[in-house]
Write a protein that binds this ligand. Sequence first.
Ligand SMILES: Nc1ncnc2c1ncn2[C@@H]1O[C@H](COP(=O)(O)OP(=O)(O)OP(=O)(O)O)[C@@H](O)[C@H]1O
Length: 844
Amino acid sequence: MQQWHEMRAKLADDTLLMFRLGDFYEIFKQDAEWGAKLLGITLTHRHGMPMAGIPFHAADGYIQKLLDQGIKIAICDQVETPQPGKLVKRELTRIITPGTRLADTQIDAQRNHFLLALSLGKKALNASWLDLTTGEFFLASEVKPENLFAAFESLDPREIIVPENAAESWTLPHTDQRFRELYTHIGDGRAISPIPDYHFDEAAGAQSVMEALGVMNLEGFGIGQDHPALGAAGALIHYATETLCAKPENLRKIREYSSERTLLLDPATLRNLEIFKSAASTRHGSLLAAMDGCVTAPGARLLERWLCAPELDLTEITRRQNCVGEFVTAPGLATELQNLLKGVRDIERILSRLQNRMRNPRELGGVRDTLAALPAIATTLLEFPDTPVAAIAERINDFGSLSATLDRGLAEELPSNIADGGTIRDGYDESLDHTRSLTRDSQKWLAEFEQAEQARTGIKNLRIRYNGAFGYFIEVTKSNIALVPEDYVRKQTMKNAERYTTDVLKEREREILHAAEKAIAREEALFNGLIEAILEHADALKETAAAMAEIDVFIGWSTLAREWDYCKPKLDQSDKLLIDQGRHPVVEQMMREQRLGLAGTHAFVPNDCRLSSSASSEDAPQIALITGPNMAGKSTYIRQVALIVLMAQSGAWVPARSCELGVVDRIFSRVGASDELARGNSTFMVEMNETANILNNATPRSLVILDEIGRGTSTYDGLSIAWAVIEHLHPEKTGARTLFATHYHELTQLAKTLARVENYSVAVKEWNDDIVFVRQVIKGAADRSYGIQVARLAGLPTTVIDRAKTILERLEADDSSHNLLRKRMKKEKSGSDTKEEDDQLALF
Ligand SMILES: Nc1ncnc2c1ncn2[C@@H]1O[C@H](COP(=O)(O)OP(=O)(O)OP(=O)(O)O)[C@@H](O)[C@H]1O
């Protein structure tokens, strides 16, 4: 227990110590009481001390369960082969936290696992984030914290490191309200780990970052030694070192993130547009799922990274589009390549584990299989000469000699643990072959010895057995004890048997154990040699893996483009957004899924969109105001435009016949319901918060989509707010390209006074007293809401529908200013107007 006490004393109270004892991880004392409850396992007592055990081979599942509950776990392992009768050496080998887990069973293959560190400077928010499973490492400092929080939302960090003193104060009222809200939001449901403030020191941080990267300065990465976020980066290195119980070995570069270099998606927009998760919080139904045709985990992760930070750089966007184009025009080769990629393993993550001392022979098998697949991939890529695909092919390196070494060295079937033996192939190393033959001879000798002793003693069920504590012994059942010869020396008494040894057996035991130990030690040395050989090529392997991930994404996108008839959008620096026959990428796919099961459901109806910030392009207003009945398709339409822009700037092709797009700097949205209610904000408050954010931050290069602004309050308040919002979004010369869907038909009057506003509506056909949705966006305002007809379609009782109709008629006859506007619209249709109504209108 002394070993346990020493280790426990080094750990924080919130960390649970799992202590390896033979085939179990044992948990003792206060950890046992706590752990047994969290894991639902039996708590036992030995000499009054609480303890609970987890079988070593099933530990992964339990660790996962603890991590899911936000618990940190310290693993204490046996670091030498147990010898009968000798205390095994044990060491703390790692602390697993939600942000520092590495084992493939504990991480999501398709997603990054970022650990984020935050600190608040005098003028800016400083941040750094690191994915230990891949070695990606970033830092950033921003005066406007909201820009960074927008990025964090997409990064979806698994754990956040903050300075101890800040952890509490950032949630208290004296902290800037906006920052407090953003911090509380990003922390919600995530593990927050406070560490002493001095670990955030900038100068010390610069030093530890340089050490971790193995460089003399950071200039090569374009980062000054005095970058204010180096304190946060240093805190990450410190935390990673503590939890890995060693320096992270897989960090090679650090990059500066700037919100100005990517299309920013604020947290509300990420949620509203269902980019990574659907409204029901599932992957199915999200844009990510609709665009994911990847066959490898690194491809899926790259896709997610590209979608959370769409590009502003036209050269990069064009490169990606052209790569997709190459595969669109060569579908046969694309399928061939895709099949080859299926044989490739997650090299990036395997390398991270190997570099951080998680060495499993099967991972080496993964590298071997991947290297074996590379020549065929490289040869197929030669079919794309002088194209951007060929440039990717150049990043796939040749590992011929490493591949041959691994083939020669590794056995066909590999164990998951080097100590189990059988990792190294026979014939690779003479000395190992020799030791192994000794072990094999010994097994034969033991079988013969057993037979000889059975014959000598006349005990037919005499057995030679082995266990870790007592080594080899002869086991005789109690009923045969009288036949035991004198030279047998008793070793242990069991309930039904006695265990003995003899001088001959003892001598042989020494030889066998020595040979087995020697064989394992030799295998381990050879295994480490193979790992070193792999790690010598770590950078080239990473580059190759990154190139293959790109190919995977591009092939997936090309399949999508062919199957769904997407077009290659034209991007430039203009202020246009012209979409011909656009469709919603997710709804379109969902409709086909449903159609397969539900005969008669219609296909998705495409629609155009024409916008420009200056309204200089023909027929392209800055603000399109969209009216139309409930259920007509307004929300779907405005979302599809935003999604098409996002897809286009990620470099993908888009669901449209054609698309011309002047690059967008930010997409803002205020649509649909929100999940903020649980956080104590009312629907209207959330709506206004999001609207305020848009009005304060939208630039003439932004795209703004607004759905039913003002709906959450009384009609007049809502209408007035919506009216003023449009006026604000319509400044003197240019403004953000805006789609504004509304039920306030009164707003359509704005097109008369604001030059860059145009009315559109989603058409419906009337059929007797029913309506038929045609889902077509046409020019001009809608004149009615058809709310009552839609309510009937939804199954409201006839008595309610009839009563509603009567009330509506009475309201329409009522002479309120609200209805004056309505009347005015009607009159305008018939060409007349009155002064009295104009006076009323001026109120708005
Ligand atoms: N272009 C389209 N083609 C086919 N179906 C569509 C199209 N647009 C929308 N739909 C379908 O119509 C339904 C209603 O669309 P949506 O929610 O966009 O209407 P809305 O006008 O915003 O309604 P409300 O005003 O009541 O919120 C959606 O479930 C969608 O599946």
